[in-house]
Design a protein around this ligand. Structure first.
Ligand SMILES: C[S@@+](CC[C@H](N)C(=O)[O-])C[C@H]1O[C@@H](n2cnc3c(N)ncnc32)[C@H](O)[C@@H]1O
Length: 163
């Protein structure tokens, strides 16, 4: 899934003038790794700020990402930052060319989402681009259908439970 998502981002965006990328809610780097590898194939000089809360159920994930990047010798390209997308005070106005995320928006409530989007527009350059992924509720095969159905019964879901 992450390989396909990274492919899709690289295919649909214009990377010519991109040098600073923010991956918001990067987690342990499942998307970061394939994305960076694919961008590397089309350009040399770029940096990725991999920002995450890394707390609660995701505690320690940023350390896993850091270790992965060090092992893959990508730690000069990817800078891991612990922070909140709702208040990214360490990132200057209009300093980022591209913002990507995957399964971040579903973690935020309405107010949080509005604050995050406001922050994205603050840090994004006027010519900047964004790409945000969320899970689709439409399965592509039987295995995905079963996962979606099982998730509907999860205690964590905010959706009404099926009868
Ligand atoms: C479902 S995980 C997705 C992780 C990764 N993007 C992926 O696709 O595998 C959601 C991530 O968003 C992060 N997150 C949630 N709220 C956040 C916030 N307010 N600021 C920064 N990161 C946040 C969590 O810590 C977690 O790593």
């Amino acid at each position: 899934m992450y390989e396909r998502l990274a492919d899709s981002i690289v295919k649909h965006l214009d990377f010519e003038r991109i040098s600073v990328i923010l991956e918001a809610g990067c987690g342990r780097g499942q998307l970061t790794m394939p994305f960076v590898r694919k961008v590397h194939k089309i350009k040399e000089n770029f940096k990725v700020i991999a920002l995450d809360f890394s707390s609660g159920p995701y505690e320690g994930d940023l350390d896993i990402l850091k270790e992965k990047m060090r092992r893959e010798k990508l730690d000069k390209v990817v800078v891991a930052v612990k922070g909140d997308v709702k208040n990214m005070k360490t990132i200057e106005d209009e300093s980022v060319d591209l913002i990507i995320s995957n399964e971040l928006f579903c973690e935020l409530d309405k107010k949080g989402l509005e604050r995050a989007i406001k922050e994205f527009y603050r840090i994004l350059k006027p010519s900047g681009q964004m790409a945000h992924g969320e899970l689709s509720p439409i399965p592509e095969n039987e295995a995905q259908r079963l996962v979606i159905e099982a998730n509907a019964y999860s205690l964590e879901t905010s959706q009404p439970k099926p009868e």
